[in-house]
Ligand binder design. Structure first.
Ligand SMILES: Cc1cc2nc3c(=O)[nH]c(=O)nc-3n(C[C@H](O)[C@H](O)[C@H](O)COP(=O)(O)O)c2cc1C
Length: 184
C-alpha cells in the first residue's frame, strides 16, 4: 500500500453529529457538534469542544450544563440547521418546531422530538486552542424503550448517521460482529 501524508488537522472517522442544548428558559439554544465523544466509563464522562465565537459558548460557560440530543436520520435536517444558523440570529427551537422537555437533573432543556437525550454537568474545561473542551459527567439518560435491547442501545433499531468531510453518511445496521468475536 502506497500511503500519502495528510494534514494532522484532518477529521477522524467516524464523527458524530449531535445537537447539544445549552442555556435555560427563553435563552436556551441548540448547537450541532461533531466534536463529541465518551472518554470515561466510571464516572461516565463525555467530552465536547466548542469554539468561543459560537453563541452557545457563553451559555455553556454561564450554566455549566448541557444536554446531548442524539439524532437519527429522521432528525438529519434539524441537525444540519442547528449547525448552520446562530442562536444570535434565530430561535432554532421555534424555527424547527422543536419542543423543550424538562430534564430530570440539569436545568437545560432536552429536545422532546430527538430519541435519545443525555444530561451532562461540566466537571472540567480545558482551553485547547481553537476549541474549548468541556468534560461533562452524564447524570441522566432518556430514550424510548423501543431502542433498547438487553439494557443497551439496539444497533438494529437506531437509524444513525455519521459526519465525514462535510458529508452526512448513513450508518448501516448490518451487524458485522460482536465485541470479542476475534476470540472465536
Ligand atoms: C455537522 C456539524 C458539526 C459541527 N461541529 C462543531 C463542533 O464540534 N464545535 C463547534 O464549535 N462548532 C461545530 N459546528 C458549527 C456550529 O454548529 C455552528 O457554527 C452553529 O451555527 C453555532 O451555533 P450558535 O452560534 O447558535 O452557537 C458544527 C456544524 C456542523 C454542521
Amino acid at each position: 500500500m502506497n500511503k500519502i501524508s495528510l494534514s494532522p488537522k484532518i477529521a477522524t472517522f467516524p464523527m458524530p453529529a449531535s445537537v447539544i442544548s445549552v442555556g435555560t428558559g427563553e435563552e436556551a439554544n441548540l448547537i450541532t457538534l461533531a466534536y463529541v465523544g465518551k472518554v470515561c466509563l466510571n464516572p461516565p464522562i463525555i467530552a465536547i469542544s466548542i469554539q468561543p465565537k459560537r453563541h452557545s459558548y457563553q451559555l455553556i460557560e454561564e450554566h455549566g450544563e448541557f444536554v446531548i440530543n442524539y439524532p437519527t436520520i429522521e432528525q438529519l435536517r434539524e441537525t444540519d440547521y442547528c449547525g448552520t444558523r446562530s442562536g444570535r440570529d434565530v430561535n432554532k427551537w421555534n424555527e424547527l418546531n422543536l419542543t423543550k422537555e424538562e430534564a430530570s437533573i440539569v436545568k437545560v432543556p432536552m429536545i422532546k422530538e430527538f430519541p435519545w437525550n443525555m444530561e451532562c454537568k461540566v466537571i472540567k474545561r480545558i482551553e485547547l486552542g481553537s476549541h474549548i473542551c468541556y468534560f461533562g459527567e452524564a447524570v441522566a439518560v432518556h430514550t424510548d424503550p423501543y431502542y433498547i435491547k438487553n439494557g443497551n442501545l439496539d444497533p438494529e433499531k437506531i437509524n444513525s448517521f455519521a459526519y465525514l468531510s462535510g458529508f452526512y453518511i448513513e450508518l448501516k445496521k448490518d451487524i458485522l460482529g460482536t465485541h470479542g468475536f476475534s476470540f472465536e
